[in-house]
Design a protein around this ligand. Structure first.
Ligand SMILES: [Fe+2]
Length: 279
């Protein structure tokens, strides 16, 4: 029996089994009229206060100006394609509709971080989990856990890019095949060093690298750290990334992996996942 159905979540045209009881790692931070697990049109946005919308506007303005010359072209295209509102918090249902029309991905409303197995299942079904609360105005440069700015501004523009979306889908499909905690950790690390902190070689020779990871895109302090002298950059090596890296959420990143393009990311990930019998 589909456990999602057993607790009343409806997943139209989607078919997967997950352990829903253990998916949320944090308590809900804000009240929302929408049930957790709502997808696309089912998501009802909270009534955001003036200060909430002001926080969004300020975050968007500050962060876009901070990264606009150092972010990959696919992100800028995605912001334009999704037409993400710069002045007030966009409705998840509207952005989900646009995303569906472009890459056939949809948004699922969640209340916080989801456990890896459930997360992989969502990605394998072309569903991206998004929160709908926004941080406090005092937390413009730092957040304790992902909020709607991190999820929408940081992640969604890339998922509107067909090449990145293909990689993300394959990542989810492969992740569902992880057989034990060690293999789950491999996927956590790959996710961290690509979707959260990935960088791309600039197509213009001798100019700075371009960022594509949501952790860099949505956080001024992480972005500034990337341009400090204290970091190292390695070329993409999925096996090394999976088996020899550390994910430390309490410190700035010390090293990054650079890709030539999203085609290279998909190609190398597919090879690694096939060799390790995940695909
Ligand atoms: Fe994220």
């Amino acid at each position: 029996m589909n456990k999602l159905n057993s607790i009343g979540l409806s997943i139209p045209e989607k078919n997967f089994i997950v352990d829903i009881e253990h998916k949320v790692m944090f308590n809900p931070i804000s009240f929302s009229p929408s049930k957790e697990g709502a997808i696309g049109d089912e998501i009802i946005s909270p009534k955001y206060s003036e200060i909430n919308n002001y926080t969004w506007k300020k975050l968007f303005y500050n962060q876009f100006n901070c990264i606009k010359n150092d972010v990959c072209d696919e992100f800028i295209n995605g912001i334009n394609l999704l037409n993400i509102d710069r002045k007030k918090i966009p409705k998840l249902s509207s952005v989900s509709k646009k995303l569906k029309s472009i890459t056939n991905w949809e948004i699922m409303r969640v209340e916080g971080l989801v456990y890896p197995r459930y997360f992989f299942e969502l990605l394998a079904n072309k569903l991206f989990p998004c929160t709908d609360f926004i941080r406090d105005i005092s937390e413009l440069n730092y957040i304790r856990s992902p909020d709607i700015f991190h999820d929408q501004f940081g992640h969604l523009p890339l998922i509107s890019d067909h090449k990145f979306a293909n990689f993300f889908h394959l990542f989810g499909l492969a992740g569902t095949k992880a057989k034990n905690d060690e293999e789950i950790e491999w996927f956590n690390r790959i996710y961290w060093y690509t979707a959260e902190f990935g960088i791309m070689k600039n197509k213009i020779e001798n100019s700075s690298k371009k960022i594509y990871g949501a952790g860099l895109i949505s956080s001024k302090s992480e972005f500034m750290n990337f341009y400090s002298n204290n970091i190292e950059v390695f070329h993409l090596d999925i096996d090394y990334m999976a088996k020899n890296t550390i994910v430390d959420i309490n410190d700035f990143q010390k090293y990054f992996f650079e890709i030539e393009s999203f085609e290279e990311l998909e190609y190398k990930f597919t090879n690694w996942a096939t060799k390790n019998e995940f695909l």
